[in-house]
Structures are given as structure tokens and as C-alpha cells.
Design a protein around this ligand. Structure first.
Ligand code: PEP
Ligand code: MG
Length: 563
């Protein structure tokens, strides 16, 4: 019997509407509380070996079936982790201590996860992968179905407590109409990957697992984070209407970004890999406003060579032809630590040696990168802009600009991610060619709220008037010096916020490529004067919520269909 009609609320992280049957992600089975203790280590080791081989084979098979390189990469990485010798040895150690099979797997998995967690940042994010491996092994040993996404034969809406990156990476927009998770947050893997795939998605959807049962139909609005369990036919047709209105609002969204009266705002893509560049370049957009070059360095024992870096940057530049590409130099540290560069332990890594602070201490790394960028620039003749992350002072900006220019790089800038840089942007811009506001970190540092902590989502929003004042300060510096000010944080991809940023004086917005159409359509609906008025109202608002409401009140009603 279908579940009771109910409307659930979550955080919408990828706009779009859908309705359809649900498919549950099988939950991890947990350890077998009644299992016997280990009395025959050899026999249990053989059973463990067989289970491990099966799990590795399952993951490899899924990797082979994956349709894109990113999913394949994630699944292969998880299968490697499943075959990790260290993990196997540690399980055997627990068996030797007399623990039952699933207890041993679980304890060894937890130890491994704790080690990764302690390393922090990128490594801590791999904890989800190790948990996935542990759960698969336990399920295999218990003879239960593998946890995770079931085989999908018809278009469905996926419902899960949360999704491991390996699971999300295998989803395909042709068969997955929507995603509803009970946990996770707007910066979780689920959210980022869903946005990249363009699948409507609601995360942190309260009560989803209690309210939805197998056999149910649900409808989702991934823009506002609304999930309707057993929707009425009226509701489904309202959502369909909304989807049609959204399609109409998006129709004809093409060409340069500009307001209705022709005030230009360049629309750009955020990318992290060569694949991202090739994919983004297919979209109707004006270039890339942020290439997160650190993705080339993460998870390695040593830095990529000059040759490898030159090749990567050349490929990225070639992908965009004569469109411009902003490459950010290595932003390691805090949530993205590098084994070979960052200090092993910092009390407060987000306030520690990260971004350019690391570049100034490991000049060898920065020199190689700048040389590789200069080589790629010469080889391709592309429109290359280069910027440094996490700059706090004029001295740092000047040091970086001097260094980058000494390699013959034509356009040098810095990111504004720290309040100190926002407040002093005129002075900073006087020594560089442009700046790009990283609203993710600028929100984190303005509000003193860890960007990875889903609990603090209400403080982390760029709608916080204090954050908007920081952005305004950065734009005022741009106006005073006549230099370019862009935005490359997530805020740029929100059609409503894009209007406010434009009104504040931002000249380019960089975002997930799937978000460009909606932002372009939003700009086309409004005059620059209205954007300025929206910015003024948002700056004056008492709270983040009031700021958003005030801007909605000034917006063209059709804009609501884009959110
Ligand atoms: C930002 O901080 O807004 C930004 C774009 O950089 P990252 O998200 O990579 O820290
Ligand atoms: Mg940042």
C-alpha cells in the first residue's frame, strides 16, 4: 500500500522537478551479533579472502559498466581500497585475537577509517569509501545483498540515508530522475556530483526514510528541496507545469551573459580536471573562471612533473580554444592536504599554512607550476589568466604577481577568500590585474563557520548580509582601480544570488556548467538597475532570510521557475 501523502523538506542542491517510483539504496547490514568466535584462523582467512575477491570483482565490474571516466575512477579507487593488503592484514589480526568474522572486518575497517580521519581533509573524505568497503565485505560474509544502489531497470527516484561517492558517481541522468537523501549537506559529495550530473536533488530531507516506503511514488523539486510522498495527480501536474515553466524560462538561453539592458557579466565554468574541461567546453559559456589545479596533486606521493603539468594545462587551454581560462595555482592545505607538502599536524588547518601561504614556503612547487603554465601558454596561445588562492595581504599579492610575471604570464590575479583581502581589495588590486571572489571560503572566514560542517549551513550562506558586505568591499576595490572582479564560489550558480552579485559590481560568474543556462536566463529577465536595487536591499537586510526575501520581492515572477 502506498505511504500516506506527505510533504518533506530538505535542502535543494540541483534544480529541476521529477516524479516517479522510488528505488532504495540498500543499507549496510551491520555486524552479525550472533556469530561464533574465530577458532580456525586459516579457514576464516580463506573465507575472508573469497569475500574480498568477490567484493573487488563486484566493484571492478561496476567500474567497467560506468559510462564516464569520473565514475570509473571513483569505483576503481574503491575496489583498490577493498583489495588493500594493509586492511586485509589488520582483519586477520582481529581474527587471530579470536573475534568473529564480521566483528573483525568491522573493527579493522573502523581503525582504518580513524587513521584517514586523523589525516583530515581529502583523506578524511575517503572515510566514506572505506566504510563502503567494510559494509560490502560484511554483507558478503553474511550472505546478504550488497549495500548500495540496486540495479536500475526503469527510471527511478533514488532514496538513501546518504550516498557514498562511489554510488553517486554511477548514477546516470537517463535512469535516475531524482535523488532524495535524509542526511548529507549542500557541500557533500552527493550534492556536488548531482549538480554536475544535472539530477534534481534534495539533501538533508527530514524524515525521508520513515515517510517513504518501497513501492511508493514520490515527486521532487530539487530547486527548493521539496519532496512529496504519494503525490496527488494535481501535485504531479503542478510539478509538470513547473518543469514546463522552467523549460520556457530557460528557452533561448544562449550567448553572452548580460542583463536585459545589455550590462555584461561573463558566464564561466568551474573545473578540476581535463575531463571537466572537455565537458564544460561543450556548453554555451564563455570560458573557465576557476580551474582547481590542486586536483592534479591530490592523493599522490609526490608532485606531478613539469612535463605532466605542462601537458595537463595545455589540454585544458586547448579545450577552450580562444575562450579564457583562469587557472588557480595549487590550493593545498586545510580540507585538501598534500602528503608531500603540508605539515603533518596543524591545530587549525583552515587557518594554517594553506593556499599561497604554502606556495611561499614551498617555492619549488610554485615555480614548477608557473613554469608549466608558461609553457602551456606558449604552446597553445590560449587566453590564460593565473591566480593565487588564499591571499590575505598586499605583500603576498605583490610577491605572487612578481613571480608569475617573471615567467611571462600575461594576466595575474588573486582570489578574495579572506575578509582581510576583501577589505583591502583596492590596495591588492593595485598590484595585480584581477581578482576572483571565492564565496565558499569568504563565507567560512567571515562567519567563522567551518564550511564542511552541515550543522552550520545557516551561517555559511552568502545571503548573510555580513558576507554580502565583504563582497561589496571587494567590488568597490574593483571600481576604484578599474580592475576585473569575478566570483568563482558556489554562490555564482544561484540565479537569484547572481543578480545580487551583478548589482554589487561583479563582472564574471563561474559555476558548475549545468547551472549556466538558468543564471543566464535570470540575468536576461532583469535590468542592471534592478540588480543594483536588489543588492542595496540585500545589504540592508537584517538577516540572510530577509535578504533573500527582499530580492525575491523585486524579481520578475518568472525567475521563481528557475530556482
Ligand atoms: C571558494 O572558496 O569559494 C573557492 C572557489 O575555492 P574552493 O571552493 O576550491 O576553496
Ligand atoms: Mg577557496
Amino acid at each position: 500500500m502506498a505511504s500516506e501523502h506527505q510533504i518533506l523538506h530538505g535542502i535543494g542542491v540541483c534544480a529541476g522537478t521529477a516524479s516517479g517510483p522510488v528505488a532504495f539504496v540498500t543499507e549496510a547490514p551491520g555486524i552479525d551479533e550472533n556469530e561464533p568466535k574465530c577458532t580456525d584462523v586459516e579457514a576464516d582467512t580463506a573465507r575472508l579472502e573469497a569475500a574480498r575477491d568477490k567484493v573487488v570483482a563486484q566493484l571492478k565490474a561496476r567500474a567497467e559498466k560506468a559510462t564516464d571516466e569520473k565514475s570509473r575512477g571513483v569505483l576503481n579507487a574503491t575496489s583498490q581500497m577493498a583489495g588493500d593488503k594493509g586492511l586485509f592484514k589488520s582483519i586477520v589480526k582481529h581474527l587471530k585475537a579470536g573475534e568473529g568474522m564480521t566483528h573483525a572486518v568491522s573493527a579493522a575497517g573502523d581503525e582504518y577509517a580513524a587513521k584517514l580521519s586523523k589525516l583530515g581533509g581529502y583523506f578524511a573524505e575517503r572515510v566514506t569509501d572505506i566504510n563502503d568497503v567494510r559494509n560490502r565485505l560484511v554483507a558478503e560474509l553474511r550472505g546478504l545483498p550488497a549495500p548500495g544502489v540496486p540495479d536500475i531497470t526503469e527510471p527511478v527516484i533514488i532514496v538513501a540515508r546518504d550516498l557514498a561517492p562511489a554510488e553517486t558517481a554511477t548514477l546516470h541522468p537517463d535512469t535516475v530522475l531524482g535523488i532524495v537523501t535524509q542526511e548529507g549537506g549542500p557541500t557533500s559529495h552527493t550534492a556536488i556530483l548531482a549538480a554536475q550530473l544535472g539530477i534534481p536533488c534534495s539533501v538533508k530531507t527530514k524524515g525521508a526514510l520513515d515517510a517513504i516506503n518501497s513501492g511508493d511514488t514520490v515527486a521532487i523539486d530539487g530547486g527548493v528541496g521539496e519532496v512529496i510522498v504519494s503525490p496527488t495527480s494535481d501535485e504531479v501536474s503542478q510539478l509538470k507545469d513547473r518543469a514546463e515553466r522552467r523549460a520556457r524560462a530557460l528557452a533561448g538561453s544562449s550567448g553572452e551573459g548580460a542583463t536585459r539592458d545589455g550590462h555584461k557579466v561573463a558566464l564561466l565554468a568551474n573545473i578540476g580536471t581535463v575531463d571537466d574541461a572537455l565537458n564544460a567546453a561543450k556548453f554555451d559559456l564563455e570560458g573557465s573562471g576557476l580551474f582547481r589545479s590542486e586536483f592534479l596533486f591530490l592523493g599522490r606521493d609526490e608532485a606531478p612533473s613539469l612535463e605532466e603539468q605542462t601537458e595537463t594545462y595545455s589540454k585544458v587551454l586547448r579545450a577552450f580554444g580562444d575562450r579564457h581560462v583562469v587557472v588557480r595555482t595549487l590550493d593545498a592545505g586545510a580540507d585538501k592536504p598534500l602528503k608531500f607538502a603540508n605539515q603533518e599536524h596543524e591545530e587549525n588547518p583552515a587557518l594554517g599554512v594553506r593556499g599561497l601561504r604554502l606556495g611561499m614556503r614551498r617555492v619549488d612547487l610554485l615555480d614548477t607550476q608557473l613554469q608549466a603554465l608558461a609553457n602551456a601558454y606558449k604552446e597553445t596561445g590560449g587566453d590564460l589568466w593565473v591566480m593565487a588562492p588564499m591571499v590575505s595581504t598586499v605583500d603576498e599579492a605583490e610577491w605572487f604577481a612578481g613571480k608569475a610575471r617573471s615567467y611571462g604570464l600575461p594576466k595575474v590575479g588573486v582570489m578574495v577568500e579572506v575578509p582581510a583581502a576583501a577589505i583591502r581589495s583596492a590596495q591588492i588590486l593595485s598590484v595585480v590585474d584581477f581578482c576572483s571572489i571565492g564565496t565558499n571560503d569568504l563565507s567560512q572566514y567571515t562567519m567563522a563557520a567551518d564550511r564542511l560542517n552541515g550543522e552550520l549551513a545557516n551561517l555559511l550562506t552568502p545571503w548573510q548580509p555580513a558576507v554580502l558586505h565583504m563582497i561589496k568591499a571587494a567590488c568597490d576595490g574593483g571600481a576604484a582601480t578599474g580592475k576585473h572582479v569575478g566570483v568563482c564560489g558556489e554562490a555564482g550558480g544561484d540565479p537569484l544570488m547572481a543578480l545580487v552579485l551583478t548589482g554589487l559590481g561583479v563582472q564574471s560568474l563561474s559555476m558548475a556548467p549545468t547551472k549556466v543556462n538558468a543564471v543566464r536566463a535570470a540575468l536576461r529577465m532583469h535590468d542592471f538597475g534592478t540588480c543594483q536595487q536588489m543588492a542595496a536591499y540585500a545589504l540592508d537586510a537584517r538577516t540572510a532570510e530577509d535578504a533573500r526575501k527582499a530580492v525575491i520581492a523585486l524579481a520578475d515572477p518568472m525567475l521563481l521557475d528557475l530556482l
